[in-house]
Design a protein around this ligand. Sequence first.
Ligand code: F0G
Length: 459
Amino acid sequence: MPFRTIIEPFRIHSVQAIDFPTVEQREAALRRTGHNLFGLHADEIIVDLLTDSGTGAMSSRQWAGMLDGDESYAGSRSFYRFRDVVQDLTGFAEVIPVHQGRAAERILFEVLVEPGDVVPNNTHFDTTRANVEHRGGEARDLVIPEGRDPALIHPFKGNMDVEPLEATIAEMGRERVPLVMVTVTNNSGGGQPVSMANLRAVRAVCDRHGIPLFLDACRFAENAWFIKLREEGYAERTPREIAREMFSLTDGCTMSAKKDGLANIGGFLALNDADVARRCRDLLILTEGFPTYGGLAGYDMEAVAQGLTEVLEENYLRYRIRSVAYLAEKVERAGIPLVRPAGGHAVYLDARTLLPQIPPSQYPGQALAVELYRDGGVRGAEIGSLMFGRPGPDGTEIPAAMELVRLAIPRRAYTQSHIDFVAEVVIDVAERADSLRGFRIVEQAPWLRHFTARLEPVS
Ligand code: F0G
């Protein structure tokens, strides 16, 4: 077959206008927000790659489902549709709707995690880490060493390192490790996939010690597609079959439907243990809502149920993974350091390598993210020491493992020319990388500080 461009597998049905703020307006916005891109008004942004979470475009079938949402407080028909789709996909008996992923985390950890416990994960996402720590637990990241080397090519850089997992269980004792989590794809480590073989190996360790294994399943469909492309024995399997096998190796999952649920809000906690589920539902009622809506409208559950079905379509996944790789290729061809290979939902620029003049203590990722916005109105997200730096024993800060800027691609929202524009901005900024300066924090919160911290340039 001749080479053909992989095109968007949809027509655009409804559009939203983008404003084009001037560079002076963007500079004023940076001063106002303390150089924190979370503080921007969305209208101050040209292309918004802050996150792929809740920012995607829904399909006409999702909107149609929403019109048919059943808003009954208890026993909503939309819940039962949602439950059936989740059960069919995951195989888990108990399905608990929540308003988004972190609510599932908060509830699950409140039931399972005690102060002093350790929760191993390939890499905790920020909210997952914060929810473990909020319970007084330790969130321990055990990704394979290849997963910490941005430039190194490996098909499954999100894999968990099984040896330190064994060592953690030996060190703490089984009773201090209430669960093991695996995040698919490994968001904080570059959106990198986890192989089925690795999930099986982690499962075997958990089985030996009787520890439940949970999937942080936000991007399960993208992970399934990578397994299909890269893991022996899966080329002929459908994404749905692969996803089902992934879930079948675990005891439960937390899910943010704002990612691979193709919805703007929603999530669930699903698991097999009826007793744990009962305790989770008790907490759900306390803060989220009755177990047949969990803080969601009936129409939200309709949108998620339909989204979970569409996300596994091969045409969608082929386009999705290709569109991210397309941006990565443009950036890489220009010689700009990035996490390789491209992740499933985002391109991660390696700010530490691009900006060697800025030490981690001066947040090179933030310096790059701020400049991408100032120069081109492109909003990305720092995933480095501003997000993950920790206070060390002597009061100085322990830097994050990597200093990255994530350019996350919302699902079905931007076209190829938006992505071409983003590549142009990244390349222009990288050409004058040596002129960029670092930042220092002038105000910060005790946890999840990156959302609200104010920074100023180091003079
Ligand atoms: N786990 C992972 C791996 C995530 O990426 C996120 C959210 C969550 C859990 C929490 O889900 O936002 O629905 O409460 N990630 C978003 C992001 C915010 O930008 O990557 P949530």
